[in-house]
Design a binder for this molecule. Structure first.
Ligand code: HEM
Length: 440
């Protein structure tokens, strides 16, 4: 096994910044398991699809979210859906049911109407002037999420505030996530900001969840479902559990969705021929009318474009797990307690599976190409037991957003950003977005 020693890590960090470092390590590893020398923290980087399959599927029993990074995150998102064990399983069952099959089909109606309204609201702010793309996509995502996740109990404005507080709490955890070996009793930068943000989150959510509990009801939204959910002891999930799961839904679903949509606009601006094809498809399928849930299946090329955006801008650049018992991955011994870091971002750049990996090419997601590729070479939503519960919802939401906007507006993007490493992958610097109605 190759080691990437600390001095090389620091050198590459100085040269290409944190994301440049991640990319360089991935390039040099070429799918092999390598040990990262990050001081006392020496995780194994796992990127080859065969090894990913072992960790997330075949040997998944042995790999848990016990990593210290999850511990740090757990202070914000609790021990429900963002954790492991019985508390996770209880939330997972509720959320999976609410986000799949017939429930998702019914949700589709709400999503389509919300997208329609959110796009017009966006146009109101971005018509003829350059609005901040990340801010606008975040707002748009909240307009869709509020009815679907929370039965509109939080409301658009408070959703925006909650989103900001959750983002602030996450940012303040970065130090602890980067240095998971520092005990919680030792103060670190970000601790005070974390406390401030979590208090603000509780001020918003405690009354909302309390009121929803008292009102009861059989709502189809995720909050109602969680309130009806049962824990491993058969008792209802308590308010704290529900609140933390709601925060986890924000963490998991809000920023990643908004940033992926932002990158989609950037990529379409860089590839006008692709944008023109997406627009032709939108014109044909929407035919000048509002978006409908059944359009998602018909917007085949738009889905391919989105898939390729998620390959190149994979928000989950690090998915950590800890080995419970000794094991071997790719002929490398993995002693119990070792942290493994999977990186869909790097797996999506392996030249063995993705020829000319940095080239943007939606054709990679034509049916035949997908069939012929290793199934684990593409995992923007993870895989195995913890695979993203929101993936179908996200695809529905974002495909309808792209098609609705392009069927009605010319889109202008200013700035030519590259991604920066944070909890997800935001653009470095401001990206401007402006819309003008199409003259047809
Ligand atoms: C671009 C959009 C998204 C991306 C890239 C993404 C990515 C991921 C990934 C990689 C995981 C697996 C984490 C792991 O294995 O530990 C995950 C899990 C999860 N995602 Fe998403 N996600 C997205 C959108 C959403 C949305 C919209 C929701 C809202 C419902 C959501 C909810 C979740 C939840 C609850 C989990 C945890 C599942 C579990 O542990 O059982 N995600 N997501």
């Amino acid at each position: 096994m190759r080691d990437v020693p600390l001095h090389r890590v620091l050198l590459q960090l100085a040269h290409g910044g944190p994301l440049g470092l991640v990319e360089e390590v991935g390039r040099q590893a070429r799918g092999a398991v390598v040990r990262l020398g990050l001081g006392p923290f020496r995780p194994l980087l796992v990127t080859h699809p065969d090894h990913v399959r072992h960790v997330l599927r075949d040997g998944a029993e042995n790999y848990v979210r016990g990593a210290a990074m999850w511990d740090a995150l757990g202070r914000l998102t609790g021990r429900g859906i963002a954790g492991e064990g019985p508390g996770w399983a209880a939330s997972r069952d509720v959320l999976r049911e609410g986000m799949s099959g017939g429930c998702l089909r019914r949700t589709g109606e709400v999503v389509a109407v919300s997208v329609d309204g959110a796009v017009e609201e966006l146009a109101g702010r971005a018509r003829g002037r350059s609005a901040d793309a990340v801010g606008e996509m975040t707002r748009l995502v909240h307009r869709v999420v509020d009815p679907v996740f929370f039965g509109s109990r939080i409301g658009a404005e408070r959703c925006d505030r909650l989103g900001r507080d959750v983002a602030a709490a996450l940012d303040s955890l970065l130090w602890r996530m980067a240095m998971p070996f520092v005990p919680h009793r030792v103060p670190m930068p970000g601790d005070r900001a974390f406390l401030r943000a979590t208090r603000a989150i509780d001020r918003t959510l405690v009354p909302v969840v309390g009121r929803a509990r008292r009102q009861g009801g059989d709502g189809a939204d995720l909050m109602s479902r969680l309130l009806r959910g049962r824990g491993p002891d058969g008792r209802p999930l308590d308010d704290e559990h529900v609140r933390r799961d709601i925060v986890a839904l924000f963490v998991a679903g809000s920023e990643s969705s908004a940033l992926t949509l932002t990158w989609a606009w950037v990529v379409l601006a860089r590839h006008p021929a692709v944008a023109a094809e997406v627009r032709r498809e939108a014109d044909r399928v929407l035919a000048g009318g509002p978006p409908r849930p059944e359009h998602v299946r018909q917007l085949v090329f738009t889905r391919q474009v989105l898939a390729e955006v998620m390959r190149l801008y994979s928000m989950a650049w690090a998915v950590p797990r800890v080995a419970r018992a000794d094991d071997v991955v790719g002929r490398v011994p993995v002693p119990a307690g070792t942290t493994l870091v999977l990186s869909p971002y790097l797996t999506h750049r392996l030249a063995e599976f993705w020829p000319d990996p940095l080239r943007f090419d939606p054709g990679r997601f034509e049916r035949r190409a997908v069939r012929e590729r290793h199934p684990l070479a593409y995992l923007p939503f993870g895989d195995g037991a913890h695979q993203c519960v929101g993936r179908a919802f996200f695809v529905m939401e974002s495909v309808l957003v792209l098609a609705t906007v392009l069927s009605r507006y010319e889109v202008h993007v200013s700035g030519d950003p590259c991604p920066r490493l944070a909890v997800a992958l935001p653009p470095r610097g401001r990206v401007g977005l402006s819309l003008t109605p199409r003259g047809r």
